[in-house]
Design a protein around this ligand. Structure first.
Ligand code: BTN
Length: 243
């Protein structure tokens, strides 16, 4: 595994995307990013104290699109499992970690971590931001939280990054071995959106309804206010106003 560390960089994902020398298991860590990127072109405020890194996984086989769309969920599960198992966290009773479709991690109802998955040739660049020791969350404000804020403890950021990386490899291997159904069960056991009222924006319309379970296709079951069931696909919809 090759590790590159920066005190400051534009974005660890951008660095790998622009690199002509990229390999399986490359890891890029930054203390700060001045042009951190989130999904849908959003800015990701990257303040000191957060875990900011990108990890490379090579596609071992050419995945069909139907398989590829499940990967953000697999990576999300890996992050939740790794963070839940941090020694300082594991016996804390008041920490409720959840997976929010498609690949955010929530802690006690607030955003703890986000993942930006990008593709370059036959590599996946998995960019992860975890609020660890930071207590300022930029524009997310009260909608976000950190490990420190919820547990009143300080953490070794790199230790957490390495634990996440190990778990990313583990879950990806399980996925390639055909364990998607087991992985999906674990994901549904911590489905943040289940039963919540959400507003769905996309496909030229806005709908309000209730989120349900995550399906084998990676889609999210949704029932609109008139009782019509539909399945939402990764990337096509944007969830707003989660209550
Ligand atoms: C999101 O929630 O929208 C995804 C946020 C992903 C942020 C991480 S921080 C490390 C890596 N580098 C980036 O520019 N983005 C990802």
């Amino acid at each position: 595994m090759r590790i590159r560390k920066f005190l400051e960089i534009d974005s660890t994902n951008t660095y790998l995307k622009n690199s002509s020398d990229i390999m399986d298991y490359d890891l890029v860590i930054a203390e700060r990013q001045n042009a951190g990127r989130g999904r849908r072109g959003n800015e990701w405020k990257s303040l000191e104290g957060a875990g900011l890194f990108s990890f490379v996984l090579e596609e071992e086989k050419n995945l069909e699109l139907e398989e590829f769309v499940k990967l953000p969920l697999v990576m999300g599960l890996a992050v939740v499992k790794a963070v839940k198992n941090i020694p300082e966290i594991i016996y804390e009773k008041n920490l409720d970690f959840k997976f929010k479709w498609t690949n955010d991690i929530y802690l006690n109802g607030k955003k703890l971590s986000g993942i930006l998955l990008e593709k370059k040739d036959n590599f996946m660049i998995i960019g992860i931001g975890i609020n660890i020791n930071n207590e300022d969350f930029g524009t997310l404000g009260e909608k976000a939280t950190s490990l420190k804020k919820e547990s009143c403890k300080n953490f070794q950021i790199e230790d957490i990054i390495f634990q996440v990386v190990v778990q990313l490899k583990t879950e990806y291997k399980r996925f390639l071995k055909g364990e998607w159904n087991e992985i999906l069960k674990e994901i549904n056991n911590m489905n943040y959106l289940y039963g919540k009222e959400v507003t769905v924006e996309g496909m030229n319309r806005i709908l309000t309804g209730t989120a349900g379970e995550i399906l084998s296709s990676g889609m999210l079951r949704f029932t609109d206010s008139e009782g019509r069931e539909m399945d939402l696909s990764v990337g096509e919809v944007h969830l707003k106003n989660i209550r």
